[in-house]
Design a binder for this molecule. Structure first.
Ligand SMILES: Nc1nc2c(c(=O)[nH]1)N=C([C@H](O)[C@H](O)COP(=O)(O)OP(=O)(O)OP(=O)(O)O)CN2
Ligand code: ZN
Length: 136
């Protein structure tokens, strides 16, 4: 089994805020990240597929196709956007790294036809979340 990864970057703004919490609770939980003006990150997204290389091509998947799929299904929708307001498929989602990897998985998995293995989203140099899909 070979694991093949494509890394992409995008920039986006967000505000961490929960409609299930009071204003005080929001500021207690999210602190500076609850600032109403939001803040931005230069995200790094790593998408990993797995499989056996096809003998006739030497590829698990063509990385050029991976690039197109990731750009079309995720990056083009979120790059230079405000994640709380601008992206229809993130409506109602608290845009933490954890929630974003789940939503990105949902958009990418169908296109990779069972070969998607892991998604990792780096929010800062020190903070990242990884997801390997729902438990079977
Ligand atoms: N469970 C989560 N907690 C937090 C998330 C998240 O996505 N999931 N996100 C944030 C903020 O958006 C931001 O990413 C964190 O900022 P900060 O704590 O300043 O992290 P840095 O890596 O920039 O800070 P260093 O001081 O450089 O370590 C908050 N919580
Ligand atoms: Zn943030």
């Amino acid at each position: 089994m070979v694991y093949l990864t494509r890394r992409v970057t995008f920039s986006a703004a967000h505000r961490l805020w929960s409609e299930y919490l009071s204003e005080d609770e929001n500021y207690n939980v999210y602190d500076k990240c609850a600032n109403p003006h939001g803040h931005g990150h230069n995200y790094i997204l790593e998408v990993t597929v797995r499989g056996e290389p096809e003998p006739t091509t030497g590829m698990v998947l063509n990385l050029t196709d991976m690039k197109r799929i990731i750009n079309e299904r995720v990056v083009d929708g979120v790059d230079h956007k405000h994640l709380n307001y601008d992206v229809a498929w993130l409506e109602g989602v608290i845009p933490t790294a954890e929630m974003l990897v789940i939503k990105f998985w949902e958009r990418l998995a169908p296109a990779f036809e069972g070969r998607l293995y892991e998604i990792t989203l780096h929010e800062t140099e020190n903070n990242y979340a990884s997801y390997r899909g729902p438990e079977a």
